[in-house]
Ligand binder design. Structure first.
Ligand code: ZN
Length: 347
């Protein structure tokens, strides 16, 4: 190793030591599918979290189509049950419901799990259930995935064509109830019309847990420069997604991931960028060929980034950010500081 390489590795070590906040991970559905087994969190996830020094993870309740609509509430509750049971079996994880609890967890060297929800299908059209999920620890909610539900429509995986009618009355009620309760409203996946409407009826800093810039991947599931600026104006944070960085496999690289970070930072400043990796190669690998074909037909074929496809790869990102000229102060903000500010302000 040359002296220069050694000094980069020392900086990587230093930055890595503070831990990483990833605001979107599909953990609950996997724990639910493996509910006959014990210690899944420790045996299958902890090693990668530890290698990557993941400090806070947003774990998203998500209901697959096959459970809709009758089973969605039950499966959501079962997913939360699995997260609690698995976290309890491990010394290393703790479910956090507030900024203070997150800080305590980090001080104790534990991995903080923040339970989130991707798509409000579990609520059906019953606003009272929001309170129940809040009491169970859900602290961030995105109204939709790509499909339509009682709250509104998701942005489609195409450059145009998403539904134009924004939120439903129920969707607006959910958003306002979230703000009143202290649940972070997550704009990931929402259609462009729904995006505008959420910003019009909320006052707190908005977040997008996991998304990408349309500059590099032009689909309505991602966000335009104008949308990025709207988040910036309200001091929000955008988590950059590692699975939709480009429609092309050959361009789905670590450098392109950092291009997204750089693009958001250029438009709204470094304080608006965070991490929302959305790593789901581990789930994709479990699928049959026909399930993968279905995903490709409905949405897109995901291109997992070599060297940034699971949590153990976090150091690769830090190293490349250093090589690309990001200051240590800015890297800290991207890796954790900006999300921590959001937790402090909103939880
Ligand atoms: Zn998603």
């Amino acid at each position: 190793m040359t002296a220069k390489e050694r000094s980069i590795e020392e900086r990587v070590d230093r930055l890595h030591a503070g831990g990483i906040v990833d605001l979107h991970f599909d953990l609950p559905m996997d724990l639910y599918e493996k509910r006959e087994r014990e210690n899944v969190l420790e045996t299958e996830f902890l090693p990668e979290f530890e290698t990557g020094n993941i400090g806070v993870v947003g774990v998203a309740i998500y209901i697959e189509d096959r459970y809709m609509p009758e089973m969605s509430l039950r499966v959501a509750l079962d997913q939360i049950s699995r997260v609690y049971a698995e976290a309890e079996e491990s010394e290393r994880f703790v479910i956090c419901k507030s900024y203070r609890e997150i800080l305590h967890a980090r001080k104790a060297g534990k991995i903080a799990l923040l339970v989130t929800m991707e798509g409000v299908e579990p609520l059906g059209t019953d606003l009272d259930l929001l309170r129940v999920f809040y009491e169970l620890g859900v602290r961030a909610i995105g109204l939709t995935h790509a499909r339509r539900n009682a709250a509104g429509d998701g942005g489609i995986f195409a450059p145009s064509g998403s539904a134009r009618d924004g939120l439903t009355a129920f969707g607006r009620d959910v958003v306002q109830a979230c703000e009143a309760l202290g649940v972070i409203v997550d704009l990931a996946h929402i259609s462009p019309a729904g995006f505008d409407e959420i910003l019009a009826i909320t006052t707190k800093p908005p977040i997008i847990s996991h998304t990408n810039a349309r500059k590099y991947y032009d689909i309505e599931r991602n966000i335009t420069d104008e949308q990025i600026k709207m988040i910036g104006e309200r001091r929000g944070v955008i988590g950059v997604n590692a699975v939709l960085v480009s429609p092309k496999k050959e361009e789905s690289t670590l450098d392109r991931y950092i291009d997204h970070i750089e693009h958001v930072a250029d438009l709204i400043g470094i304080d608006g960028v965070g991490i929302g990796f959305d790593f789901f190669e581990f789930i994709y690998r479990q699928w049959t060929d026909s399930a993968r074909k279905e995903l490709a037909a409905k949405f897109t074929t995901p291109h997992f980034i070599p060297g940034l496809s699971n949590h153990s790869h976090a150091r690769n990102l830090i190293r490349r950010l250093i090589e690309r000229g990001f200051s240590e102060e800015n890297i800290e903000k991207i890796l954790r500081g900006n999300w921590i500010r959001i937790f402090k302000e909103l939880l």
